[in-house]
Ligand binder design. Sequence first.
Ligand code: SF4
Length: 224
Amino acid sequence: MTYSEDNLLPISALADIVFCERRAALHQLEEIWQESVSTIEGHYLHDKVHAGENESRGDVRIVRGLRLRSLRLGLSGVADVFEFHRLDQGAEGIVLPGVSGRWTPFPVEYKRGVVRHEESFECQLCAQALCLEEMLNCHIPAGALFYGLSRRRKDILLTDELRHGTEEAAVRLHHLVNAGVTPPATYAKKCEKCSLLAQCMPKTAGAGKSADKYLRSEILDLKC
Ligand code: SF4
């Protein structure tokens, strides 16, 4: 199946759905966006990266703000950085206009905070690679997540497992948007770092919380 240009969804929404289906629905269906210190810092970091110039450092070419899309996955977006690494002579890779040799693309996604494992970030990075693979008919074996606070980057291998998980998340995202139904909230530890916590109210309005239970807990909490 392929999607039309009119049906593309943002790659960032793919990161949302991997983190939490309800978060993706609140953003895509209900258009609820809430800024927090974390999201503002994140925007600032991305703006700073995109404002930089494209550059060349030895055998690495650095391109910022590359526009991406995949009709196969139905996704589009803008990559923070794509590095292009020069390959050894005879190796298979893409040709860059006006430059000799063969090159392999290497996506770098910028995140705030310190190095950690986040499946949603890895799927977002992988989706960027899958988009460019489709656009340039090439293979991208790896990329990296750069963490702004620790100023360290973590290389991510784009394994078959990660690719499969990313493709499956793209299918789920399109189903969610087509169905147009926001799933109920289920509180989990990750909610504490979600910028939509105040709007979502997973502790009070989540699945399995009856109105009676909700009122009892709220009324018992009242101090006379
Ligand atoms: S607060 Fe929790 S349930 Fe609600 S959108 Fe965020 S992660 Fe999902």
